[in-house]
Design a protein around this ligand. Structure first.
Ligand code: PEP
Length: 251
């Protein structure tokens, strides 16, 4: 782990009903009775639970985040949620450009960039996701794909302290497969180099780069121990307080 303070974010995706707040209470209990976590802890529930997570998590230091936002601040966009609405509900972070949004909703880097800009404008920190498909990795294009996504998805005006990057190889999300430790190390070093190119040495080095994709209690310690891995974005394993806490404790 580098000197950047780590962050572990849980992405509940389209999972969670009111009773799921019991898991949040259990996570809060574990976080407040166990050893103090070294990582910032963010939980990104479905929008229906966001205000409850923000209110309930506050006393134990759990920070609420959204899973997506619209690029416009308001208007005729039925079913969408703006960044300021997420902030109003208590969110401090929002995931943008998750591969499920890129694939299922046709989100391009330009759309992701506009969403990140909207998030920053509303006072939220966007967690900007990038990652290659399996075919792109097989074709030895992983690094160039991720570099291009990074360049086009971070808004021009963004300051280093306003953004978080998440490297999520698409083929590792929800599959139980992960890149090797060397592959993660190489990609995070490449992302760090791009951030340093863009923001300069000290600013580029201070941006968190999270790893996401089948991060589990069993592999968290070794993955989170890699130099330029500054935390994780956790899907499936964030749904159970015990598993999520084990990952947080692995930092
Ligand atoms: C994710 O959805 O961001 C993710 C990393 O999912 P999982 O941990 O389930 O692979």
């Amino acid at each position: 782990m580098s000197t950047v303070s780590p962050l572990i974010a849980g992405n509940w995706k389209m999972n969670g009903l009111t009773h799921s707040l019991d898991e949040l209470s259990e996570l809060a209990r574990l976080l407040t009775t166990g050893e103090s976590p070294r990582a910032l802890v963010v939980v990104c529930p479905p929008a229906t639970l966001l205000a409850a997570v923000a209110a309930q998590g506050a006393s134990s230091g759990i920070i609420a985040g959204g899973q997506d936002c619209h690029r416009e601040p308001h208007g005729a966009h039925t079913g969408d949620i703006s960044a300021s609405m997420l902030a109003d509900a208590g969110a401090q972070y929002v995931i943008v450009g998750h591969s499920e949004r890129r694939t299922n909703h046709g989100e391009t880097d330009q759309i992701v960039c506009a969403k990140a800009e909207a998030a920053i404008g509303a006072g939220l920190k966007p967690i900007i996701c990038v990652g290659e498909t399996e075919a792109q990795r097989d074709a030895a294009e992983a690094e160039s794909v991720v570099s291009a996504q990074l360049a086009a998805s971070i808004p021009d005006a963004a300051e280093h302290h306003e953004v978080v990057v998440a490297y999520e190889p698409v083929w590792a999300i929800g599959t139980g497969r992960t890149p090797t430790l060397d592959e993660i190390d190489e990609m995070h070093n490449a992302i760090r180099a791009r951030l340093v190119d863009r923001f300069g040495l000290s600013k580029g080095e201070s941006i968190r780069i999270l790893y996401g994709g089948s991060l589990k209690p069993q592999n968290a310690r070794e993955i989170l121990g890699i130099g330029n891995v500054n935390g994780g974005l956790v899907g499936g394993a964030s749904l159970l307080a015990k598993d999520f806490y084990t990952i947080i404790s692995a930092v």
